[in-house]
Design a protein around this ligand. Structure first.
Ligand code: NDP
Length: 286
């Protein structure tokens, strides 16, 4: 089984980003919006900041108290949204319960929505056009397949998970690449049998090592989006990698797989957003 490592794919994206930045007169700026101190958010933020800096972008963290009211958070969010220097905004989600997340998804400037959370961005993903940005994790899966030369068109892809953050947009991106896509969820009957049909199996369920030998067909490419902590406190994916080693043709490790590509895609989106904003400003000036 070939291990599909994120670092190599991220390095390829870095070159693209450096070329994009050369055409700008300043480093693109990503605003990272965090409410509270959840360990998952802190770890994602750390990785994102590291990646932005390595790729020549700037990351600015905007941190709010976990108890902030819906009204106060929205007031602050409007300001971030309108900051002329900010090119992209990453909101670490889920937000605390008192904040209406759907309002934030609607408020974010689509031009700065580099993680594809707004209805406008998602509509683009579902329509198969590229005006907005797709959610970074979903795009990272497709990027990984392409970078390793794994064919997508015409093949059977199964996505386990149907969230608006990962599963659904990923299914749409695979469909755009002409895969034949099945989406699975907790009500799917005989999940192992459905998964075994997959030539491309993408796991986005958020359940530690739930997919094992029974779920993987011979020669499948397995993309593990899950980021979980197992009962021993170790980071792990949704796939039991050791169990499928002699069945799958290729699989992504966790950590070191999709996560590294996700932050690289985030950097690319932010650089692209900066370029589009520069072009739009020039257009306005005539
Ligand atoms: P959600 O909890 O929102 O969604 C999980 C989905 O998986 C649901 O659709 C659920 O089905 C389905 N599911 C859960 N358990 C089972 C099961 N036993 N059998 C079949 N389907 C199941 O999670 P997210 O989509 O937000 O995230 C998924 C994973 O991806 C998490 O581990 C998360 O940490 C990780 N993640 C990784 C990122 C990265 O950059 N690598 C970024 C974002 C998330 P139903 O709809 O029926 O409840």
């Amino acid at each position: 089984m070939e291990l599909l490592k994120g670092a190599a794919v991220s390095a390829g994206i870095r070159q693209e980003v450096e070329t994009l930045i050369k055409d700008l007169d300043r480093a693109p700026v990503l605003a990272i919006v965090r409410v509270g101190e959840k360990p998952d958010d802190l770890s994602y933020e750390r990785n994102a900041v590291k990646k932005m800096e390595a790729f020549g972008l700037k990351a600015r963290s905007y941190v709010f108290d976990a108890e902030i009211s819906d009204a106060d958070f929205k007031k602050a969010f409007v300001k971030i949204n309108e900051e002329p220097e900010v090119d992209g905004i990453l909101v670490l989600r889920p937000l605390p319960k008192q904040i209406r997340e759907t309002d934030i998804e609607r408020m974010i400037d689509p031009a700065k929505d580099v993680d594809g959370i707004s209805p406008a961005s998602l509509a683009g993903v579902f329509a198969g056009d590229e005006t907005g940005f797709a959610p970074c994790t979903a795009e990272a899966v497709v990027e990984m397949l392409k970078a390793y030369g794994i064919p997508i068109a015409g093949r059977r892809a199964v996505v386990v998970g149907r969230s608006m953050v990962v599963g659904r947009p990923l299914a749409m991106l695979l469909l755009k690449e002409n895969a034949t896509v099945t989406i699975c969820h907790t009500k799917t009957e005989d999940l192992p049998a459905v998964c075994r049909q997959a030539q491309i199996l993408a796991a986005a369920a958020g359940r530690p090592r739930m997919l094992g030998r029974d779920h993987v067909g011979k020669g499948a490419a397995v993309l593990d989006v899950g980021i979980n902590v197992d009962p021993d406190g170790n980071l792990c994916g949704d796939v039991d990698l050791a169990a499928i080693e002699d069945i799958a043709a290729a699989a992504t490790p966790v950590p070191g797989g999709i996560g590294a590509v996700t932050t690289a895609v985030l950097a690319r989106h932010t650089a692209l957003a900066a370029g589009r904003r520069k072009k739009a400003a020039k257009g306005r000036r005539g």
